[in-house]
Design a protein around this ligand. Sequence first.
Ligand SMILES: *Cc1c(COP(=O)(O)O)cnc(C)c1O
Length: 427
Amino acid sequence: MFEKSIKAYEEACQVIPGGVDSPVRAFKSVGGTPPFIAKGEGAYLIDIDGNKYLDFVQSWGPLIFGHCDEEIEESVIETVKNGLSFGAPTLLETELAIEIVEMYENIDKVRFVSSGTEATMSAIRLARGVTGRNDIVKFEGCYHGHSDSLLVQAGSGMATFGSPSSPGVPADLTKHTLLCEYNNIENLRKCFEDSSDIACIIIEPIAGNMGLVPASEEFLKECRELCDKHGALLIFDEVMSGFRASLKGASGIVDVEADIITFGKVIGAGMPVGAFAASKDIMAHLSPDGAVYQAGTLSGNPVAMAAGLTSLRKLKSIPNLHTELNRKAVKLVEGLKEVATKNGIGLQVDTRGSMFGFFFADKVPTNFKEVTDFCDFKRFGKFHHEMIKKGFYFACSQYEAGFISTVISDSMIDECIAAADEVMQNL
Ligand SMILES: *Cc1c(COP(=O)(O)O)cnc(C)c1O
């Protein structure tokens, strides 16, 4: 039933490294061949063999209204008719910026880029430019895109100087990246004792790249206090959680304000858009107003802006949208937990708005090391494989969060839980 995809994958591997343009798509951590997608249809993905899957990945986050939302598609098609790109200002950029600025008291200006990677990379350059300092604090298990100084992985419980987690990244480029344990206040304090050259902390306030592991409010408050005390800036990387965890992302859930917020994924509704935003004082340092350089040929692309604008306006116009998405997320993970328990399997679950996560573990992990130590990755791989066969498309790694879209119904969730029950009987 995967014949065409298997063949397509072999052909792709001849001309594209690993057959994919982003490594996680290759299914390496769960085994098997990735289905090649022919099209999306509301809550469903349809592959080239004609298999249909209920989609909990949603292009890794962007599609909060599911596939082929009519209003978003229409706005894109209308905009395309006027041309694809101009490399000159358009009204749509200002309109989308206004939609974002209106939501946050601490945000006055937004700069659009073309990916989440660009957003975080530029936010860090800005923080370094504003403070005149070099070091940045990053947490184990948080992913901020693939720019050199952020490709730093595991360390020890001690604050260590990060070493690159990929060949091709010179150690010289990561020596300013200080690595700390997520949700570990002592560790973070020590970091600020060790270095007087810290420009910023960058954090996923709701981590979604080691599975779903939210930072405690106490921890985020400590981040804020340490930044204030030492003259560093706090960057919330809300590329995943933005407009998803709540309308205002994590910033709408915890009582902590960041200095710079980065966006991606939902902000482009499936088109390549990223953004970073801050107060006018901070943004005054950015070129052409200030000296910190940042640019992009396709930045603020009109077609991408149209998709983002329509999506964001739609998000704002539906009352209690995130409450309803969260109700469904809770229904899904509580249902999964119930059938897991029934089958003698430990499952830890959590949700934030439309984000959900589950770990095959007996204890709740609160940082990257615990995720690695507590979780049964083999069992996850098997679960993933069997669920795909039954038509349920979960992210192909225990290190990823899942997403509910507005087009996923209660009965679809019931079907998913029933399928999971059957799968867990032989897990
Ligand atoms: C996806 C993601 C990024 C990178 O965004 P890309 O668009 O893939 O470059 C950065 N930060 C977080 C938190 C993400 O989830």
